[in-house]
Design a protein around this ligand. Structure first.
Ligand code: PRP
Length: 202
């Protein structure tokens, strides 16, 4: 039995589409029935459903053997996991955005869930910016006057558009990654490779 930690949210839906495209209907069907379940067993695989930012923790601690997580999350915080491969879904970007009429160089206060990536970016730009950490709905911050701008995930761009915000600059492109627990990767090599071959990542 192997355990795979999945991020709830948009990556989860993308993973189901990816499984369907590969005609892995047993996995896709079981994941579609996720509901309020915390985990699901399908054959030799136990899927656990976690918040995206917690997926690398479950993998690092050996609770999960594999994890599917956005590159944004494993770049923001360092985890002692194996970064196995890029996956062909979950494509989006981490961008700076703010009110239309404002220029990027006038930004002084930025709200974000990605304070480490943002700090590194503004340091590289030699731009003196104060960061405010928020856990979600970051678009509220410039609208309510908490910050001048945000650094946040943009996928379709519709959240920005609906809130009259404009993307100034892409900081990094993001895609799903397959990560593995370092010990499990060797101890459960056969089972893990079987799953990875099945989903077409090796
Ligand atoms: C993410 C991100 C944006 C939105 C962007 O939020 O934080 O709010 O998606 O997507 P779009 O460009 O397709 O509109 P998510 O729904 O993951 O929740 P969050 O606000 O709690 O981060």
């Amino acid at each position: 039995m192997i355990t795979v930690a999945l991020s709830k949210g948009r990556l989860f839906k993308d993973f189901i589409k990816f499984l369907e495209a590969r005609e892995l209907t047993d996995y896709a069907q079981a994941l579609k029935e996720e509901g309020r379940y915390l985990f699901r067993n399908v054959g030799n695989v136990k899927f656990i459903f976690a918040k995206g930012t917690d997926v690398p923790t479950y993998v690092e601690q050996g609770i999960a053997d594999l994890g599917i997580v956005g590159l944004d999350i494993i770049t923001e915080n360092r985890f002692n996991v194996l970064n196995v491969s890029q996956l062909p879904f979950g494509k989006c970007r981490l961008a700076i955005a703010g009110p239309d009429q404002q220029s990027e160089k006038d930004i002084r206060v930025v709200a974000t869930s990605f304070t480490n990536i943002s700090q590194q970016y503004f340091n590289q730009q030699r731009q003196d910016v104060r960061l405010i950490h928020l856990n979600g709905s970051v678009e509220l911050a410039p609208i309510l006057g908490l910050a001048d701008a945000i650094v946040d995930i943009v996928q379709t761009g519709s959240t920005l558009k609906e809130n009259n915000l404009r993307e100034y600059h892409t900081i990094m492109t993001v895609q799903a990654r397959l990560i593995a627990n370092k010990q499990a990767f060797y101890l459960k090599e056969t089972d893990l490779y079987q799953f990875m071959e099945e989903i077409g990542v090796v």
